[in-house]
Design a protein around this ligand. Structure first.
Ligand code: CP
Ligand code: NVA
Length: 331
């Protein structure tokens, strides 16, 4: 398997074998990290980390992973670069591509990361756009595989806004890897028709399936993995909160939902999560709408079925695998 020079933008352009190869590599890198075996084979190289939206996990994962691989990093924060304001994406891509061996981009439209990739001349990695969050998918799949031992045939149910980056990405990844994907949401929050059709084609090849339903009780029965995400994503306007709370509250992940799924089910969330009043946003929403949690209850979040912190750790190991593979690291 040789992924040298490849971009990492949606996972749509990766085969099942390539995705599994990245998971295997992540597993190896994780083992080495635990045993303190150095993997700094990319010494002397540098990567640029562009964040037009904020981050804890993705930024730290790219930085730690790059440093473990021996690379230098330059972090460009949401206000610290000329991108899009005084310099076009195309020009930025050519400038950064001449100085760095790889570029991570987190920001808004998918077309921005695609344009960066088209002009950079070095691998570009999508660290989250409005439409996709592919590095998160590798972490989730690694966590699922570590827990159950297998991916194929597992039933994954995503509850919430299934039209956005996390919902879209779960649908793509499950369909590629032969999992049974269910988007459980009000119909107006179902993923787009075109992407759904595309994923159904992947699923027909992999033995997976794609189901869209509004019926939460029916959706979660026998599920292996229940996932959710925040109801309002970064960059969305404050005005949408009211409508989201109204529409998505029936799809909150509660103890009742987990019980209906069964005791085999695990809970995943990309984080950050609004499961208590420990955040500024959580407290503001509590004042405005009187609710103390949103997409998941604190009870489920803190339960033994919740693997959210294992999932968060796996961000680093999987991102390391993506950089190592696409930069041609010999490990
Ligand atoms: N899950 C995730 O991408 O987290 P951050 O926004 O903290 O990077
Ligand atoms: N849907 C969320 C994911 C955060 C990791 C957002 O885009 O804000």
């Amino acid at each position: 398997m040789n992924l040298t020079g490849r971009h990492f933008l949606t996972l749509k352009d990766y085969t099942r074998e390539e995705i599994l190869y990245l998971l295997d590599l992540a597993e190896t890198l994780k083992e080495k990290k635990k045993k303190h075996i150095p993997v700094d084979v990319l010494r002397g190289r540098n990567v640029a980390l562009i964040f037009e939206k904020t981050s804890t996990r993705t930024r730290c994962s790219f930085e730690v992973a790059a440093h473990d691989l021996g690379m230098g990093t330059t972090y460009l924060d949401p206000s610290g670069s000329q991108i899009g304001k005084k310099e076009s994406i195309r020009d930025t891509a050519r400038v950064l591509g001449s100085m760095f061996e790889g570029i991570e981009y987190r920001g808004y439209g998918q077309e921005i990361v695609e344009e960066l990739a088209a002009y950079a001349g070095v691998p570009v990695w999508n660290g989250l756009t409005n439409e996709y969050h592919p590095t998160q998918m590798l972490a989730d799949m690694l966590t699922i595989r570590e827990h159950f031992g297998t991916l194929e045939g597992r039933k994954l149910v995503y509850m919430g806004d299934a039209r956005y980056n996390m919902g879209n990405s779960y649908m793509v990844t499950c369909a590629k890897l032969g999992l049974h994907y269910t988007a459980c949401a009000p119909a107006s929050y179902f993923p787009g028709k075109e992407l759904t059709e595309e994923c159904r084609k992947y699923a027909a090849e992999s033995g997976g399936s794609v189901t869209l339903t509004e019926d939460a009780d029916e959706a979660v029965r026998g599920a292996d993995i229940i996932c959710t995400d925040v109801w309002v994503s970064m960059g969305e306007p404050d005005e949408v909160w009211e409508e989201r709370i109204r529409a998505l509250s029936p799809y909150k992940v509660t103890a009742d939902i987990m019980n209906k799924a069964g005791e085999q089910a695990i809970f995943l969330h990309c984080l950050p999560s609004f499961h208590d009043l420990g955040t500024e946003v959580g407290r503001k929403i509590h004042e405005r709408f009187g609710i103390a949690d949103m997409e998941v209850t604190d009870e489920v979040f803190e339960s033994a079925q919740s693997l959210v912190f294992e999932e968060a750790e796996n961000r680093m190991h999987t991102i390391k695998a993506v950089m190592a593979a696409t930069l041609g690291a010999e490990l």
